[in-house]
Design a protein around this ligand. Sequence first.
Ligand SMILES: [Zn+2]
Length: 160
Amino acid sequence: MFCPFCRHPDSRVVDSRTSDDGTSIRRRRQCPNCGRRFSTTETASLNVVKRNGVLESFSREKIISGVRKACQGRPVTDGDLALLAQKVEEAVRASGTSQIEANDIGLAILPPLRELDEVAYLRFASVYQAFDSLDDFEASISQLRSEHASRPRPARSVDE
Ligand SMILES: [Zn+2]
């Protein structure tokens, strides 16, 4: 990393801190040549391979805008969407890859979206998985239903 002021090829790290979301490290550096200070940000790279083969860097904003349409009219807040995008990024990064197919991002979106709102999930899945008949919807809905049935009911307090 060259000093941005004098182009000296070396610098000394004087402070490091991890960002609040834990995805990047900010380092404060000092140039031993001119003595000036500057900051660098270090992020593990994560690229998305689009269907046309073009690489672009992973963006939570793109996840949010992709899911927002499916959430129209649903009780989903911007905070919910931000948290969903964070979960998607964590899931993708946890796989240890630095490059992911756009298609696999869609797969990573489905589980947290389903937790968030089942109607939005069905809408998103219908586009993403290219549902082309009512049968596809029926299959997805009956899957959701059967999983509801097998999920233990929350314990209810007894009113006395
Ligand atoms: Zn310098």
